[in-house]
Design a protein around this ligand. Sequence first.
Ligand code: 5FU
Length: 276
Amino acid sequence: SSPHLRSYEDRAQKHNNPAARALLYLMAKKKTNLSVSVDVTRKKDFLAIIDAVGPYVCLIKTHIDILEDYDPSIIEDLQALSNEHEFLIFEDRKFADIGNTVALQYSSGVYKIASWAHITNAHAVPGPSIIAGLASVGLPLERGLILLAEMSSKGALATGAYTEDAVRMARARRDFVVGFIAQHRMETIGARDTDSVGDEDFLILSPGVGLDAKGDAMGQQYRTPAEVVTDCGCDVIIVGRGIIGTGRDIDVGEVQRQAQRYQVAGWEAYERRLSR
Ligand code: 5FU
């Protein structure tokens, strides 16, 4: 049956990729399908938010390059919080170049993403070579890759045949590609032969989730956890401003309350989906 009708626990036991297995295991253990997107520019806020939401999330999503006061000690602090609160780390890097270049961007430079991010993501636009390039770095480190099959923003070009081709690219590299950024499940997409799909288990990570707002002034579009998880069968809800707010000053107590609220909403939506 389609993976979204099975429990996270069951899927954890059967998944072949270590990062996906660890994520599904944590989701079941902590009863959370929430990923918080920590889109702030100051180290102090970044770490305070992660410490506050840590107990409620399975995955912390970062844009490491927006930190203004980045230094390598931030990664050590992030890893300590990841161990303390038990969450994985997803750098939302959206790689989009030829294989050789993305391998360098992933392994090297200022951020050395592969050394600390359990999961990262890539656009499908360069074709299969982008997966080969990232896999050359990530597979030996037991990392997982998410492909962007759809986007949450208004007018996104990743639709139709593009989305289908992204799914085909992923199917050819199931050792490393563990899922999609998407708004729906992808199993029903494209030509499928029973052999290749039998044990296919792609995680669907969905950004564009909010309980209060419907969108922002720059084309973001929000759906509720119930729409995303129960109705559309997605596995992980990614929430940024719905939890961390939109102001410059961070209210850590409020951030924690919102994280708890989204955790409950996401988990209830998952339980409803399984009981259908
Ligand atoms: F791939 C995508 C996408 O399609 N939509 C997104 O919003 C990624 N995102 C990211 O999720 C985006 O870069 C933000 O980091 C986050 C959503 O933040 P929000 O504050 O919940 O809108």
